[in-house]
Ligand binder design. Structure first.
Ligand code: PXP
Length: 242
C-alpha cells in the first residue's frame, strides 16, 4: 500500500471567490487532481462559506471518483449537509471565524460527550469519521474514547518550526502520536502547512498513511498547472521523485 495523497482544493475556490466569478472551478481542479494521481479530494465547507460553496460539494459528490473527504465543524448545520451529500469521510475540525486557516486541532478531551454523539451519528450514516487533532497523546486517547476511526495529526507547528531543535521536537510529537493512535486501532493521517520540501522527513513515520495537502499544491498549480503540481507531490509521497 502506498501513502495516499488527498488534495485540498479550497484555494481554487478562494481565487474564484476573490472576484465572484465562475472560474477557476474547484470541481475541475478536483478532476485534474484525480487524473494526476491523487487518491482523494478534500474540501472544507466553512460556516462563513469563504471559499468552498455547497454547490461545489454537491458537484464533487457527483464527479469525484476516488474518495471525497469533507472537512467541517461539528455543528448541526454541517451534520445535515453531511447526511445530504454523503462524503466518504468527514474530518471534524475546529473553526473560528476570524482565523486565517485552521489554526489548531480539536480539543476532543474538552467536548467528549458531544463529540461522541456526533461521531456516532456520522458512523450510523456510514460516513468514516476522522478527527483533526494536535499531535498530543491526551488528544489521541480522547479521540479513541469518542470512537473516531481515524485521526489527522495537525502538522502546523512542525511546519512553522524555526530551527532544527524545534523541528525535531515536533517530529517526535508527531511520531509518538502516530504510534499511539495506530496502537489504539485508529488510522493515522496528517496535514496542514505541508509543502514539497517539509513533507519528506515525515515519510519515515510509517503509521501515517495519508496526507491532506492544499495550499502548496494549489500555489504551485498556478505556475505550472494542476496536473504537474499534483504529480510532483505524488512522486514525493511515493518516494519516486528524481
Ligand atoms: N487538513 C486539514 C484538516 C485542514 O484543515 C487543512 C487546511 O484546510 C489541510 C489539511 C490542508 O492544509 P494546507 O492548505 O496548509 O496544505
Amino acid at each position: 500500500m502506498h501513502v495516499r495523497l488527498g488534495v485540498n482544493v479550497d484555494h481554487v475556490a478562494t481565487l474564484r471567490q476573490a472576484r465572484g466569478t465562475l472560474y477557476p472551478d474547484p470541481v475541475t481542479a478536483a478532476s485534474l487532481a484525480e487524473m494526476a494521481g491523487a487518491d482523494q479530494v478534500t474540501l472544507h465547507l466553512r460556516e462563513d462559506r469563504r471559499h468552498i460553496q455547497e454547490r461545489d460539494l454537491r458537484l464533487m459528490r457527483q464527479t469525484v471518483t476516488t474518495r471525497l473527504n469533507l472537512e467541517m465543524a461539528a455543528t448541526q448545520e454541517m451534520l445535515k449537509l453531511a447526511f445530504e451529500h454523503k462524503p466518504d469521510t468527514v474530518t471534524l475540525v475546529p473553526e473560528r471565524r476570524e482565523e486565517l486557516t485552521t489554526e489548531g486541532g480539536l480539543d476532543v478531551a474538552m467536548q467528549r460527550d458531544a463529540l461522541k454523539r456526533f461521531v456516532r451519528s456520522l458512523q450510523d450514516a456510514d460516513i468514516f469519521t476522522s478527527l483533526f487533532i494536535d499531535p498530543d497523546l491526551d488528544q489521541v486517547r480522547a479521540a479513541h474514547k469518542v470512537d473516531a476511526q481515524a485521526v489527522e495529526l495537525h502538522t502546523g507547528k512542525y511546519c512553522e518550526a524555526r530551527d532544527h531543535k524545534e523541528r525535531s521536537l515536533e517530529m517526535q510529537r508527531l511520531t509518538d502520536s502516530a504510534k499511539a493512535a495506530h496502537k489504539l486501532g485508529m488510522r493515522v493521517y496528517a496535514g496542514h502547512g505541508l509543502h514539497y520540501h517539509n513533507v519528506q522527513p515525515l515519510l519515515d513515520i510509517v503509521e501515517i498513511e495519508e496526507y491532506n495537502i492544499g495550499h502548496s499544491i494549489i500555489g504551485r498549480a498556478v505556475l505550472v498547472g494542476m496536473e504537474t503540481a499534483v504529480r510532483d507531490m505524488v512522486a514525493i509521497l511515493r518516494r519516486t521523485a528524481r
